[in-house]
Design a protein around this ligand. Structure first.
Ligand code: PBG
Length: 333
């Protein structure tokens, strides 16, 4: 035989050996489950564009978190829907706001579950932008530095309530450094920051804005989120966040950015997270509902691809499903 037959196929054709030489392994302790918390009692509002996802009142979120922790999922990421929105997003930094109340209740019920909080203003502002609006040359835009001050207050309020980690998702320049300084000055030097370091202006956040009731009322987020065409800029963004004190760097969205995940992991060697966002979730759900995709296979394949690209942590609305599937006999998946 002039060429080697079965060179690659020998191991592949034996299911047990194939399983033993897998290069990428997914585990439940890589998963972070995002949750939406809203005012009220005993509320579980289905989110139309994200079948299987809900807005939870604090009491219902606590019950849900018990189940999440029982599945072995180590962390949740909380997003808040306030009782009232205003131009400065004041509930975002209210110490009695929705997130501090949720953090306290969840930590009390599930002390071992890591509670990570989203730090951003868009869920809290009446205009839906991630910061304070200013007018420059006749055009409205987000004021970077005025926003920083409010983000710091928000992060400190979350830490004071007992958050294990804060996750700024606003994409203002300098926010990681400002938040680090604010946390340190207030006695929270031990609270790490998971920075949305490379966050693209993506259409895949559409369903989230429905879930968090936060679509921008005018314009878009292109003045603060990254242009989809750029990759070197992502490395500069990550470098800045690392220098300012980020403990974990996050790339978002996940599947459209696997190249970025890989470059970031290789360049910085930092704990790296990728966020499989609302639109990625909705796309798989919609296709699965129509019978066009096998949901379990699609979820396992995409999560594996995200891990294979270099993500240590995966933030995904499929976390509970994944935890169940990862607990099954590996020969069945
Ligand atoms: C807030 C924020 C968004 C997401 C996470 N944090 C929305 C946005 O930037 O428009 C999106 C998450 C998702 O789509 O699942 N800045």
């Amino acid at each position: 035989m002039a060429f080697p037959t079965h060179r690659f196929r020998r191991l592949r054709s034996n299911p047990t050996l194939r399983r033993m030489v897998r290069e990428t392994r997914l585990a439940v302790d890589q998963l972070i489950e995002p949750l939406f918390v809203r005012p009220g009692e005993n509320v579980r509002n289905p989110i139309g564009s994200m079948p299987g996802q809900y807005q939870w009142s604090v009491d219902a979120a606590v019950e849900h978190c018990r189940a999440t922790a029982d599945l072995g999922i180590p962390a949740v990421l909380l997003f808040g829907i306030p009782s009232h929105k205003d131009p400065l997003g004041s509930e975002a930094y209210d110490e009695n706001g929705i997130i501090p109340r949720a953090v306290e209740a969840i930590k009390e019920a599930c002390p071992a579950l890591a509670v990570i909080t989203d730090v951003c203003l868009c869920e809290y502002t009446s205009h839906g932008h991630c910061g304070v609006i200013t007018e420059r040359r006749g055009a409205r835009d987000v004021d970077n530095d005025a926003t920083l001050r409010l983000l710091v207050r928000s992060a400190v309020a979350h830490a004071r309530a007992g958050a294990d980690m804060v996750a700024p998702s606003d994409m203002m320049d300098g926010r990681v450094g400002a938040i680090r300084e604010g946390l340190d000055e207030n006695g929270f030097a031990h609270v790490p920051i998971m920075a949305y370091a490379a966050k693209y202006a993506s259409c895949f956040y559409g369903p989230f804005r429905d879930a968090a009731e936060s679509p921008p009322q005018f314009g878009d987020r292109a003045s603060y989120q990254m242009d989809v065409t750029n990759t070197d800029e992502a490395l500069r963004e990550v470098a800045a966040d690392v220098e300012e004190g980020a403990d974990i760097v996050l790339v978002k969205p996940a599947l459209p950015c696997l190249d970025i995940v890989r470059r970031v992991k290789e360049r910085f060697g930092m704990p790296t997270a990728a966020y499989q966002v609302s639109g990625e979730y909705a796309a798989i759900k919609a296709a699965a509902e129509r019978g066009w995709l096998d949901e379990k296979k699609a979820v396992l394949e995409t999560a594996t691809a995200i891990a294979r690209a270099g993500a240590d942590l995966i933030i995904t609305y499929f976390a509970s499903d994944l935890a169940g599937w990862l607990g099954e006999n590996p020969m069945d998946r």
